[in-house]
Ligand binder design. Sequence first.
Ligand code: GTP
Ligand code: MG
Length: 197
Amino acid sequence: MGRGLLSAAYVTSVFDHAKAPSDRRPTVAFAGRSNVGKSTLINGITEGKSIARVSSTPGKTQSLNFYIVEDRFYLVDLPGYGYAKVPVEIKKSWGKLVEGYLTTSPSLRGMVFLIDCRREVQPDDKMLLNWVTSRRLPFLIVVTKADKLTRNQLEQALRSFREVVLRDDDNGELTAFSSRTKLGHEEVVRWVRQVVA
Ligand code: GTP
Ligand code: MG
């Protein structure tokens, strides 16, 4: 215990934020655009069999999915946003679900915010990030799919994300991540442990 990956188990999926676990264990949210790699990251930082569902079809996760770690804290996988082909009704329910959860949860301690290394930061990313920074919630920017870039390209991308999204915010950190090469896994685990401590 304490070293390596998190030992986690699936708890529940809810489509109504009021049905989120109410026991007040500290919780870390994982947010980002559809297909950015949230579910893959959760599987990567946890031991054993994959607990989160991964799909190459964007919009796979449409509920708030809770996982418990060491009986002590929760991870919550938020549904991804920004996928154009998702029907309007689902987009509306996404907004209600995620906004409802983020604005009312008494247990949220931090947010892991994922960005695809090959993409620009979009307006909906900025909206969510602004909310996080205005609430002074600790956040970790995770630049995903780093294996898709050369070393030089990755360094350039990291520099640009540092400037655009991290700025000088004291509550924020940034790391590169790849499920293929295991880059960044330790950093994410360390950060999560630190915000729930
Ligand atoms: P939603 O549930 O739709 O919000 O998506 P998500 O953010 O949970 O993405 P998911 O983890 O399902 O991954 C989407 C796709 O990206 C899958 O095909 C993954 O295999 C792929 N992927 C995720 N992480 C990486 C990575 O680090 N490198 C590469 N090359 N592919 C990745
Ligand atoms: Mg997912």
